[in-house]
Design a binder for this molecule. Structure first.
Ligand code: AVJ
Length: 319
């Protein structure tokens, strides 16, 4: 029974209008898909924080380990009084590691969630009183202006977490080109990249025993029902993590357990039993393949660091 009356167009604010248009377009594709950027509402961000602490989810703690163990080497290539520009500022754990070990003149977190940015900036100003914290409320995948105060400073980009892995290779190349334009000639870019590994490790990392990743994946349907008046039956979809060997990516899917019709924004979307909504790809790179991607987008690899098991890597690129 559809308990969600379809939203009247007039009620939608710009962000919800964009959300509605993206979801309608993505669910009309064959195969159906949804953009991973819509995972991160309040509940989704909390669930992702939980994921980063799961025993099976190695990327976060492995990257933090590299930033701690190789902090001195990383700082040795950072220019004096540089502006650190973080693309998509989530939790500040990683950037705090850099700010504690290297001396920067300014920190420019760039994120689309204005409130979150303001809160994090206030916290950082307390802990780093001499640092100029200049948040920019923008979608980091588009071009944006850096604050005037940092224009004359050397620039260091920071893009941790292998979030680049959420982009298909051509989108990843486009993002790196855009970042190079924004940071300018001679800039440095520090970027975290998850490395290819045994698919059983990847399967476990994206389908944890406690089911947190499954809940994270399904949360996008909860958000669609709540914000767009959809009537997805959550019990009629199951989380699936599929390793796509030839595309070097682990994929998250929501699989329809039975034939069903979902009503959303005055439209109907039919699902066959077993039909998937592809909700996320996480690309995994070899050191060589990432080097080729960096060069192809106009960056020159300068240094790179991995953990002892070579599960994860941090790269320093020069524009
Ligand atoms: C935040 C995009 C890096 O791809 O590993 C975690 C998101 N998805 N578990 C990733 C995610 C499933 C994560 N990134």
């Amino acid at each position: 029974m559809n308990v969600h009356a379809p939203l009247a167009e007039a009620k939608l604010d710009p962000a919800t209008t964009a959300f509605a248009a993206d979801v309608t377009e993505a669910l009309s594709q064959q195969p159906k898909k949804l953009s991973p950027k819509y995972f991160y509402d309040e509940a989704g961000s909390q669930l992702f924080e939980q994921i980063t602490k799961l025993p099976e989810y190695y990327p976060t703690r492995t990257e933090l380990g590299i930033l701690r163990a190789r902090g001195k080497d990383i700082c040795s290539i950072i220019p004096k009084d540089a502006a650190l520009v973080e693309f998509g500022a989530g939790a500040t754990t990683k950037v705090r590691l850099l700010l504690e070990q290297c001396s920067f003149g300014a920190y420019v977190p760039v994120d689309i969630s204005g409130d979150f940015l303001a809160d994090q900036a206030a916290e950082l100003r307390k802990d780093f009183p001499t640092l100029d914290v200049l948040p920019v409320n923008a979608d980091f995948t588009t071009t944006f202006d850096l604050p005037t105060d940092v224009k004359a400073m050397p620039k260091v980009g920071f893009f941790p977490g292998s979030t680049l892995g959420n982009f298909d290779p051509h989108e990843a190349c486009a993002f790196l080109r855009s970042a190079r334009q924004i940071l300018g000639k001679g800039a440095l870019m520090l970027i975290g990249i998850d490395l290819e590994k045994d698919e059983r490790v990847l399967q476990a990392a994206y389908n944890d025993a406690a089911g947190v990743t499954g809940e994270f994946n399904k949360n996008v349907l909860v958000r669609i029902n709540r914000e767009l008046g959809g009537d997805f039956d959550l019990g009629a979809f199951v989380h699936r993590a599929i390793y796509n060997k030839e595309r070097h990516r682990i994929e998250m899917h929501l699989i329809a357990k039975k034939p069903q019709t979902v009503h959303l924004l005055g439209r109907s979307f039919n699902f066959r039993a077993g039909e998937s909504i592809h909700t996320e790809s996480s690309y995994k790179y070899s050191m060589e393949r990432f080097g080729a991607l960096a060069r192809g987008s106009g960056w020159e690899p300068k240094s790179s660091w991995t953990d002892a098991e070579e599960q994860f890597s941090v790269h320093a690129l020069v524009a």
